[in-house]
Ligand binder design. Sequence first.
Ligand SMILES: *Cc1c(COP(=O)(O)O)cnc(C)c1O
Length: 431
Amino acid sequence: MSKKNKSDQFFAEAKRHLVGGVNSPVRAYKAVGGTPLFIQKASGPYVYDVDGNKYIDFVGSWGPMILGHSAPAVINAVKKSLLNGTSFGAPTPAETELAVLIKEAFPSIDLLRFTNSGTEATMTALRIARAVTRRDRTVKFEGGYHGHSDGLLVAAGSGATTFGVPSSAGVPEVLARNTWVLPYNDVSALKDIFRTQGPNIAAVIVEPVAGNMGVVEPSMEFLTTLRELTIKHGAILIFDEVMTGFRVAWGGAQERASISADLTCLGKIIGGGFPVGAVGGRKDLMEQLSPLGPVYQAGTLSGNPIAMSAGLAALQTLKRTKPYKALETLTKQLVAQLRSDAAKENVAVQINSVGSMFTLFFTESPVTSYFEALQSDASQYAAFFHTCLKNGVTMPPSQFEAAFVSTAHTPAVLGKAAAVFRKAFKGVHAK
Ligand SMILES: *Cc1c(COP(=O)(O)O)cnc(C)c1O
């Protein structure tokens, strides 16, 4: 059993200076209660808190850490790059190298622009879509999270869900009104909106495997209908692969579904643990961006050389080692174990997984949409979460987040985690 004295002290101090003691809301543990761990360091599948406790980590920095923490290839690349300086505000060869690798993985991408976050990438993708279509309206899906820009903070998942705020305060109503929100996986709602509003829709933005309402897989029919309708009505199809890019396959969810997006947003893994996002896609669309076209977008630290070197090392390692099949197999085995242990403890749980992402929903019915995700018993998740934490396993501190398996999670490590999960199921009913 771990002690958290120092984390508690650091959190108390942090709250005096940082809003809620954190710089991104879900980190504050509001959804599960208690105080967050303050982290000292991380290596492979483990994070170590400031009290010296070691945890098997399934948060993975919320997605980037597919190679585990402190992956040697990434650390070495960063060390080397650091000695040349940290930022120049001028182009470097590494930006092109990373772009070439990303294009190899995503055949739908002709041209790219790097940003500093996923939020910037989705915001820019929408602006491009509005510019080329000369339309203002966008369609998104309930529980889909696309960063925190105004027009996209409508019925967003994860953080927003956790706090029970369907859309953020401070978002102008006119912008929210330009965003139509449909249930995920709902083909008939999709057909309806295009039948009635087709000529007004600039873009549809979608997580092509949802991760921010917890993991929810799209039906093939949902994705193919999306592709057909957007083509038919001249709307831009934006795949937000900030989480799924290089995670569910080398070529992301679009590789798994064999569907080409018009624009793709990336982030997380492509930065190797540094702040990197990207928007990429068809040449005629991307050429709308400044300096070639009329759509303005910029960034003082965009394409930062350290961040590029980290992303390059990560993607080169993924390309060389092709871990995706093995990761998916290990994750499936873990999930099968979890299901059978939950059944033994009479815990009603749905475990959704795609590739190396998984989520436990404490509900009796399958979860294919945000509405169904919301039927989960969040207090059971909180109990599960805290037993895990006390026994050395970090899960996402919210029911509506994905857990991640990395290449550093060996079968032995996953076996240890499974034993903790078994114990945590026992605690779910205890009050
Ligand atoms: C994480 C995430 C974002 C936002 O990326 P940030 O780098 O946090 O701004 C956008 N879309 C999806 C699907 C994400 O998972």
